[in-house]
Write a new protein. Structure first.
Length: 230
């Protein structure tokens, strides 16, 4: 009976193999201790009581999944701050390179450059503010007890904040791309263009990483919610 119960529990968490293996081992140890401490000599009945006391495997799986989501959200919060810092350094490095190489934007492109620059600046600092708010929320209100609804609400709020920060950052990166294109127009094919292009590649990779992380959290939250509804 315990083996069947563990199989059902592991199957419910199969989307995350590492979590599935860890939870299976923890629950197996707990059930084994419970059965061993049962005064009744009938092992089958002892297993049945231990399983009944532990609860429905899908509910247990959902609780573990949501607690795991909260921990993952903390890691994403840290990643969001690191990405914002990396993008900021990349932006400053690109501007410093333009100054060093004495590259200036063409006069007929300056108006477009100022518009793109304004969008870039406001979008970036908006992503900084929202990103810091999301990081402070998920670290300052981390729930240590496995209460599913509270964890789910907390992770949902963090996901909303992180999505808003990532959206603002994507707008900033797109504006950076426009600025880079305007800056490089008319410069010709030089080896030096690899520096701003490389900086842009870093920004795009950072934004893409955040999208992948947030998509993963959203998918796991949906799966955990589905488990609770079974």
């Amino acid at each position: 009976m315990i083996a069947d119960y563990l199989d059902a529990l592991a199957s419910a968490l199969s989307y995350d193999r590492a979590l599935s293996r860890r939870v299976r081992q923890e629950v197996e140890d707990h059930l084994g201790e419970t059965v061993a401490a049962d005064p009744d000599g009938d092992r089958l009945e002892a297993e049945r009581r231990a399983i009944a006391k532990f609860g429905d495997p899908h509910v247990i799986a959902a609780r573990f999944a949501i607690v795991s989501l909260s921990r993952q959200a903390r890691r994403v919060g840290v990643a969001l701050i690191l990405v914002v810092v990396t993008v900021f350094i990349s932006m400053k490095a690109r501007v410093a390179w333009y100054s060093f190489a004495q590259w200036t934007m063409r006069d007929d492109l300056r108006i477009a450059g100022r518009i793109a620059g304004s969008i870039d600046r406001y979008a970036f600092w908006l992503s900084v503010i929202i990103g810091i708010a999301g990081f402070a929320y998920i670290t300052g209100n981390y729930l240590r007890q496995a209460f599913c609804l509270a964890h789910r609400r907390q992770t949902t709020r963090f996901l909303i904040l992180s999505t808003a920060a990532t959206t603002a950052l994507i707008i900033s990166v797109i504006s950076d791309g426009v600025l880079t294109a305007l800056q490089l127009l008319g410069t010709g094919l030089r080896v030096g263009v690899l520096v701003p292009l490389g900086a842009m590649a870093i920004e795009v990779a950072c934004a893409g990483m955040l999208i992948v992380l947030l998509r993963g959290i959203a998918q796991r939250m949906a799966y955990a919610t589905a488990l609770l509804k079974r």
